[in-house]
Unconditional design. Structure first.
Length: 74
């Protein structure tokens, strides 16, 4: 690992994109690992699962938003 010191992450003050990533890591039981050792400590399989879930949630949110816009037009 690099010589960087681990900076403390404030989970309450994250950008929405980052917040989603941490929420999914928590759901998968990976948050403790990430908090202790950083994102680089995850395997490619673990990061792939997180990325897949982020993509799925963004698509679902986009579909919901489009559905709301369609209802507002009618």
């Amino acid at each position: 690992m690099s010589g960087k010191k681990n900076k403390k992450i404030d989970l309450k003050n994250l950008e929405p994109e980052e917040k989603l990533k941490y929420e999914i890591a928590e759901e998968l039981g990976l948050l403790d690992k990430v908090m202790q050792n950083g994102w680089r400590s995850l395997s490619s399989k673990e990061t792939g699962r997180i990325g897949g879930m982020i993509t799925r949630r963004k698509r679902m949110q986009q579909a919901e938003d489009n559905g709301r816009k369609d209802q507002e037009v009618q």
